[in-house]
Design a protein around this ligand. Sequence first.
Ligand code: NA7
Length: 547
Amino acid sequence: MTETKTTTTELDAVVVGAGFSGLYMLYRLRDVLGMSARVFDAAHDVGGTWYWNRYPGARCDSESYIYCFSFDKDLLQEWEWSGKYPEQPEILAYLNHVADRLDLRRDIQFNTRVISALYNEATRRWDIETDQGDHVTARYFITGIGCLSTGQIPDIKGRDTFKGQWYHTGAWPHEGVDLTGKRVGIIGTGSSAIQAIPVIAKQAGHLYVFQRTPQFTIPARHANVDKAFLKDVKSRYDEIWEKARWSAGGFPVDPVDRSALEVSAEERQAVYEAGWQQGGFNFFFGSFKDVAVDRRANDTASEFIRSKIREIVKDPETAEKLTPTDHPFSSKRALIDTNYFETYNRDNVTLVDIRHSPIQEITETGIRTEDDSYDLDVIIFATGFDAMTGTFFKMDIRGKNGLALKEKWEAGPKTYLGLSSAGFPNMFMITGPGSPSVLSNMPVSIEQHVEFISNFLEYMTEHGIDTAEADAQAETEWVAHVNAIADMTLYPLADSWYLGANIPGKPRVFMPYPGGVGPYRTKCNEVAENGYEGYVLGAAEREPAAV
Ligand code: NA7
């Protein structure tokens, strides 16, 4: 029988989420700063996004040698990745290993969702409640909730009448799903679907892909890890990480300085072809400096990929449907794939263009579009997430004067550096909106945020500071800066989740910081060096109340 919990636990810090962010934050709080801390996570175990996203083909688009923590140098040397791009089970095994190695589990409470976090102005502490009846007060409330952790299942007419099985890619059953011989429909062609489609096509009797927006995607050229390459990386890891930390996207690549418009057509073609053959994000990073910011330069890359689609896909009508024309390459999340376009050459795969023949309803037996009906055994919603803000809004977070975060962010998230929000003292967000987060290789950004927060807390303790709150003016200027940079790019030209465009009614605001992880790190370092400028710091008048 469950005991009713009536006592209140007092802690220095509460962290929400036990993924990359929460694990490292806990380590810094507990083992570096010597604070009392507890992590809450709704999952049964560690992993965050990698705990939930177990759909067939799930894997990271960052190469494994750089998709990990760098703070533990022994771990960097010891851990052996098996694939060029790490697959979900291997990333999950890695995070489990980290949790064991640092003995983190004893301060993580699983199966527990934080339902509210209310700032108490009298005590200057956060009062936190969970769905398991925990009452905790903490001086610091820190979110490590990921950017893509609240799944979106569109409210399609008749959705609940379907008699077959249905799943969302971001909440895939742990025991797996046997799709052998089944008639499977997948809605969506984002990065989850693009990874899943080629794998599911090999199992399913027939796979119907319901596509609203065709995508640009580059071959990943996935393979087993190149042992000689990894050995070389391990001998130069410090230098490699340092390069990643100061780069644009959190990858250890040298910026290219040539414009797509200043070379001959032959040279341009050769550069794109080399990038296509090399595969992965190299196509993007290693080609030309202006692909993401200049429409004419971008057109050359977009056209190159379109020509590849026509080359790969044998049926011209299907190729045409798969060819994106409504947005520039990389204005939606850049995608990489393994045999994505090739999969449409299979006899058991049908592309259904729901841009021109929209889904009318889900019926007991399948999906009905304007032009046709499809009988299905399984429907897979690869329809994405209420990105960056959705998970915040699932919690009742209230700052000073009882202001709800949801209310404050009604017209779009407002943060200072993506780390803090005015009116919410001592609340910190790891990879929050307004930070590079999803536009970067996440572990690099996560480490930078966790270290910034932990250094800040240390500074507060040393200087007898009780509260840190983003200054409203600094926040306004940061939000304007994020938008000004976004407007210099091609991102606003696509209906993407970066802009909240995938969620009906969500305000259209560009959420991540597109200025690059290097410049962002410089800004954060300056903020710290200048005594945390942009924050209002409150000196402690008294010791925090004892238990
Ligand atoms: P994404 O990238 O948001 O993709 C979702 C897909 O689902 C995309 O093709 C959407 O089409 C489609 N979609 C969404 N809602 C609907 C409705 N109502 N009807 C039809 N189609 C719809 O999510 P993913 O899970 O693939 O990837 C999320 C991120 O996770 C990814 O970028 C990585 O960072 C990891 P649309 O393009 O909106 O027309």
